[in-house]
Design a protein around this ligand. Structure first.
Ligand SMILES: Nc1ncnc2c1ncn2[C@@H]1O[C@H](COP(=O)(O)OP(=O)(O)OP(=O)(O)O)[C@@H](O)[C@H]1O
Length: 279
């Protein structure tokens, strides 16, 4: 486990020694359905945190809200000490918080390189600035392309650089999605099911990319259904059910937490070991 997290009590909402993202009272409802209601949640800087929970628990909705792709009905959150409630995805990315999507957002009719460059737009130069200061813009274009090429190399996509993104395999799209997120040199990435639907060999490669990010000092929070993956790379695990955080703690402890078992089995199951009177 991440050294800083050792010895923390494993209660929902437990304060972390050095939280990067702090969430308070965040609620998002769709009609009558409260998809997310998180009282308090802190994500430790420099650690890998897994967000688990059964289908419909609110994981993606929480990611959407915190990353500026959806709005909260109530609540507030801070990133790196600054209030960022309701900030757009674009502004959050500029502050260093980015997310990836379960279904990748690559544009099939643009090249892989163009997809990468698009992920960097708006970071430092907008068109207006480009018009006023062409030499600066050109320098920036070159820097963006260089960054894109470094990342394509790192994610073993360099040979696909000039191909249409639509020709990539599902697994390669996941790699491109992760590479795109890194274009803005974020301090924190929210990865929504980065390994879903990917073959075992590529899963291993994605896993090592994720641990590399942490080892370089980045903060990673990812949604995942595969418990082997969660156990293998997480420093900390947060479990949601019916919109709420029902448990958090080190991976092994969370896996055995009755609230987590309950969340996965449903609220109305019999306790393990219950004896049935069928007479
Ligand atoms: N745009 C929407 N409109 C209406 N209901 C929504 C919308 N987005 C999510 N929901 C509902 O909110 C609840 C939480 O959904 P969410 O996708 O966040 O769960 P999840 O934990 O990410 O699930 P999964 O693991 O299946 O992806 C679900 O009941 C879902 O049907």
């Amino acid at each position: 486990m991440h050294a800083d997290l050792a010895g923390l009590t494993a209660d929902p909402g437990v304060p972390k020694p050095d939280p990067l993202l702090v969430v308070d009272g965040v609620t998002r409802a769709f009609g009558g359905l409260v998809a997310v209601h998180v009282e308090h949640l802190e994500i430790q800087r420099g650690a890998i945190t897994a967000l688990i929970g059964p289908n419909g628990a609110g994981k993606s909705t929480l990611f959407n809200v915190l990353s500026g792709f959806d709005r909260a009905d109530a609540g507030r959150w801070t990133f790196d000490g600054a209030p960022v409630t309701g900030r757009s995805a674009h502004r959050l990315a500029r502050r260093g918080l980015v997310r990836t999507f379960q279904l990748t957002k690559t544009l099939g009719r643009l090249s892989v390189l163009e997809n990468m460059k698009l992920a960097a737009t708006g970071q430092r130069g907008e068109r207006l600035v480009a018009g006023l200061l062409p030499p600066l813009w050109l320098g920036q274009e070159r820097a963006i392309e260089q960054r894109a090429d470094e990342l394509l190399e790192r994610f073993r996509l360099a040979h696909m650089r000039d191909e249409y993104a639509g020709t990539l395999s599902g697994g390669q799209r996941k790699l491109l999605e992760m590479a795109r997120a890194l274009m803005v040199r974020p301090t924190m990435v929210l990865l929504d099911e980065p390994m879903a639907g990917v073959n075992p060999a590529l899963t291993q490669s994605l896993l090592s990319h994720i641990t590399d990010l942490r080892d370089e000092g980045m903060t990673v929070c990812f949604v995942e259904h595969d418990m082997d993956v969660v156990m293998g790379i997480s420093d900390w695990v947060v479990c949601m059910a019916e919109g709420e955080v029902v448990a958090e703690g080190p991976p092994r402890a969370v896996a055995q937490n009755p609230a987590v078992i309950d969340a996965y089995l449903g609220r109305h199951h019999d306790e393990p070991g219950t004896e049935y009177d069928d007479g």
